[in-house]
Design a protein around this ligand. Structure first.
Ligand SMILES: Cc1cc2nc3c(=O)[nH]c(=O)nc-3n(C[C@H](O)[C@H](O)[C@H](O)COP(=O)(O)O)c2cc1C
Length: 201
């Protein structure tokens, strides 16, 4: 029987020891509808706020919708593609993550805005893990739809969405997703991603 305790199978099977929050974080699709306390939600975005960024531009922006506000939630949910809608809509909070594509300073293009947004979301994700919350990021969204629905100007780019919530029993998922939800997490070996002093494809 699945327990609500962390499934050992999902803990990162690391070659070297890492912080337990990094080991514990993963991207579930079975979310409980349990609401997230507003202060706790702010705590997660506080963690994002303190991420480093190029020129300290902080080019991250977030549109959030809570399940309690059905109209706002369904509006934001409509920005996800059908696959992501099929599992993410149990989560109590949905977020659209945007970059500011130009520098506040002088209006030039900010070529590192996407890098900085990803880092801010990573901060948020680990703060979430600390509170037994999980974050599932999604590239499967309809950016143009977001632009139209929220009247987003060209200076901003809808990049990704993410669902935040407490985990639920994988039994709530269809067979294919259940299999993914309960299978071990895999990664490339370190020697496939590190090149010591030379580039060797
Ligand atoms: C930028 C980004 C986009 C992603 N897009 C999707 C998505 O559209 N749908 C989905 O189900 N998972 C998506 N994922 C989740 C990844 O598939 C997942 O992070 C990866 O398989 C590693 O699994 P783990 O997060 O459980 O370690 C995305 C993750 C990231 C970081």
């Amino acid at each position: 029987m699945y327990s609500t305790e962390e499934q050992p199978i999902k803990l990162a099977d690391t070659d070297y020891p890492i912080h337990k929050l990094l080991q514990k974080r993963w991207s579930p699709r079975a979310f409980s509808e349990k609401a997230i306390d507003s202060k706790l939600l702010n705590q997660l975005f506080e963690a994002a706020r303190w991420a480093p960024s190029s020129y300290n531009e902080q080019p991250w922006r977030f549109i959030i919708a809570r399940k309690e506000d059905q109209e706002a939630y369904e509006k934001l949910a409509s920005v996800m593609n059908e696959f992501n809608q099929s599992w993410a809509m149990d989560a109590p909070v949905l977020v659209l993550a945007l970059t500011k594509t130009t520098f506040d300073l002088d209006g030039r293009d900010n070529p590192h805005a996407e890098h900085d947004l990803g880092q801010a979301i990573a901060h948020l994700t680990f703060e979430a893990t600390r509170h037994n919350l999980y974050v599932h990021q999604m590239a499967g969204i309809l950016p143009q739809r977001a632009r139209e629905l929220y009247e987003i100007s060209e200076d901003y780019k809808p990049m990704t969405m993410f669902a935040i919530g407490y985990k639920d029993d994988p039994e709530s998922l269809n067979d294919k997703l259940k299999k993914q939800e309960t299978s071990p997490r895999i990664r490339k070996d370190l020697d496939e991603i590190i090149y010591d002093g030379k580039w060797d494809q």
